[in-house]
Design a protein around this ligand. Sequence first.
Ligand code: PNS
Length: 167
Amino acid sequence: MKTVVYPGSFDPVTVGHMDLIRRAAGLFDHLVVGVLVNSEKKTPLFSLEERVIMLKDACKNIPNVSIESFNGLLIDFVRAKGADTIIRGLRELMDFEMELQIAQVNRVASGGIETIFLPTDPRYTNVSSSVVREYARYKVALPDFVPENVLKVMIEKGIVESKKQED
Ligand code: PNS
């Protein structure tokens, strides 16, 4: 059975992530979505628990996907899951430059864990968690960028305002 790991911060999970999860789940026996516990680069919009719950909800109809959190090095998490492959999405050239370097280091440091890149569907090239967070700073929702359950949570928590019905 081939298990692969799709790691990320998922703060929050976007429709771009969901497209990748579905496609990767179709290619392998089991996909473990690894949610990074502490992302050093930003103040998270959602706690780890919230990110995991929202991902579980969004993936509930994809049978061979499981959601787990991890701390520390990604390669250690991949090994712990009995996997030897990492999945990452590429939206643009800038992603590739960064991701190539990380994939090369991870492979050498782990003695062989490979990274497979999946190109983002062109519909989601401009979709990112960071844009969702930036708009949320102004209480503005981006309904096309996040799964329905995430939008619902963002509205319920008052992170964004629900769009007023036009009369
Ligand atoms: O969604 P993101 O923030 O682009 O995901 C980045 C992630 C989680 C894949 C990366 O930060 C990561 O692997 N962190 C774990 C620590 C680690 O292994 N670092 C070495 C590779 S940079």
